[in-house]
Design a protein around this ligand. Structure first.
Ligand code: ZN
Length: 84
């Protein structure tokens, strides 16, 4: 099974909101329907830490250091294994 992981962006604040709106995730986030891909706690506009793409799916993580570090690790692993 191939595990293609690609970073979309490391984004913050306004950029992040714009990206979320484009992906149609902003409303879900505002309603508390999204969860951190690492620790599983529910996300809000206050605790959203970042966004990345894994297996073609957009993942969100909260703003805990552990979760941001894990997201960064997954993204950097993906960069190393990216095929042309
Ligand atoms: Zn988390």
């Amino acid at each position: 099974m191939s595990r293609a992981v690609n970073a979309i962006k490391a984004v913050h604040d306004v950029d992040l909101e714009r990206v979320l709106r484009r992906l149609g995730l902003y409303e879900k986030l505002a309603r508390g329907e999204l969860r951190c891909a690492v620790c599983g706690r529910s996300l809000s506009l206050e605790n959203l830490g970042g966004i990345y793409k894994e297996d073609g799916e957009v993942k969100l993580v909260c703003n805990r250091i552990e979760c941001l570090a894990e997201a960064a690790r997954r993204v950097s692993l993906a960069r190393q294994s990216v095929r042309p």
